[in-house]
Design a protein around this ligand. Structure first.
Ligand SMILES: Cc1cc2nc3c(=O)[nH]c(=O)nc-3n(C[C@H](O)[C@H](O)[C@H](O)COP(=O)(O)OP(=O)(O)OC[C@H]3O[C@@H](n4cnc5c(N)ncnc54)[C@H](O)[C@@H]3O)c2cc1C
Length: 330
């Protein structure tokens, strides 16, 4: 029986979807290795306790809760100290983190504190005898490496949106835990988190992404991309580096090797050639639709569905068709 640790990420007092993904994955791993307990860690400003219930409902046996005003924003030093302590205390076989911005800061700190290995940006894992095997895209996604983690605990940072949250029959008890060191005394202080506005869906969590490239010709034509995203109702807008470098879109919208890595259910690439560096950020999307006037564009090699044509002719009727399809579903 092997216990598994899961870091439950929150932001601004709200549990993030990746928290449920990580806890669900931890449940799967615990069950696959003999049915040990899942120990989730939730840190946040006072009041975060009210957000603990979904963690139990997604498979956590114990939610270790640490409320402190200095956890209002990400506090990687204090969170890492607490995570490392809990991993030791619970004798966890593995520790799961999200490979989100917060998780990519936190997980390596925990690995360094414990002197153990970390597999980052994991897209699949399995227990194989004494080892945990983790799949991890490398070389801009052209190669999938399988890493065998033999040490204990094995740490894995999971790519957001790849592991589907699943409810389980667990109720999950909540236990308050004190911080290891004073979180207010951390050397790293995150003073402010600037999001893209409340109405804007986060790229890493959006089920649909409509992404635009240089084929749109000018910044103002991104209105078509925004209108298509709005027609879906649950879509975020992404962009290529060519577009963000030209200042048509903010850098936070960039998808690719040097931008965000996303895995939505549906990725619509509009006027995007499909350079290897762009594919590195979206190739694990479940369904890819490409619209490009050049039938030889590399994006069509990856796309599940391709439309060869001019975006300015295709997008307006497509926006209307998506609106009509949604309206007919009520
Ligand atoms: C180290 C490094 C890191 C990089 N990191 C990234 C990254 O993270 N993300 C990223 O995206 N790029 C990255 N790049 C840049 C990448 O190599 C490409 O230059 C970039 O992705 C191209 O963007 P694009 O597809 O918008 O433009 P283009 O390659 O110019 O493609 C535009 C496409 O639009 C089509 N088109 C034109 N007009 C129309 C029309 N009217 N209707 C339909 N289609 C039309 C064209 O046929 C073409 O295929 C990186 C490059 C380097 C060297």
């Amino acid at each position: 029986m092997a216990n598994v640790f899961a870091f439950a990420e929150s932001r601004g007092g709200e549990l993030r979807k990746v928290a449920l993904e990580v806890v669900t994955a931890a449940r799967t791993l615990a069950d696959a290795t003999g049915g040990g307990e899942v120990h989730a860690l939730l840190v946040g400003a006072p009041g975060i306790a009210g957000k603990a219930a979904p963690l139990g409902a997604h498979g956590a046996d114990v939610v270790h809760l640490c409320e402190h005003p200095a956890f209002a924003n990400a506090n990687p030093e204090a969170a890492a100290a607490l995570a490392a302590q809990l991993l030791k205390q619970t004798g966890a076989r593995a520790g799961l983190f999200p490979a989100s911005a917060q998780g990519r800061d936190l997980a390596p700190r925990v690995a360094a504190k414990l002197g153990v290995g970390l597999a980052s940006d994991v897209t699949a894992f399995s227990a194989q005898g004494d080892a945990i095997h983790a799949k991890h895209p490398t070389h801009t996604g052209k190669v999938i490496a399988t890493l065998a983690l033999t040490g204990t605990p094995a740490l894995l940072a999971l790519r957001p949106n790849v592991f589907t949250p699943k409810e389980s029959a667990k109720a999950g008890r909540v236990e308050s835990v004190a911080p290891v060191a004073d979180p207010a005394a951390s050397r790293v202080v995150v003073k402010e988190m600037r999001g893209g506005g409340k109405a804007k869906l986060d790229l890493s969590e959006a089920p649909v992404i409509v992404s635009g490239g240089r084929g749109l010709k000018a910044a103002e034509n991104f209105k078509l991309v925004e209108d298509l995203a709005a027609a879906f109702g649950n879509a975020a807008v992404g962009a290529t580096r060519a577009v963000t470098d030209d200042g048509w879109r903010p850098h936070s919208d960039q998808i690719g090797q040097t931008g965000r890595v996303v895995s939505p259910d549906l990725y619509v690439a509009v006027g995007i050639s499909g350079a290897i560096q762009h594919l590195a950020g979206m190739r694990t999307s479940r369904t890819i639709v490409a619209i490009n006037k050049d039938k030889e564009a590399p994006i069509f090699k990856l796309a599940d569905y391709g439309i060869v044509g001019d975006v300015f002719e295709i997008l307006p009727p497509l926006i209307e068709a998506v609106k009509a399809a949604r309206a007919s579903r009520g």
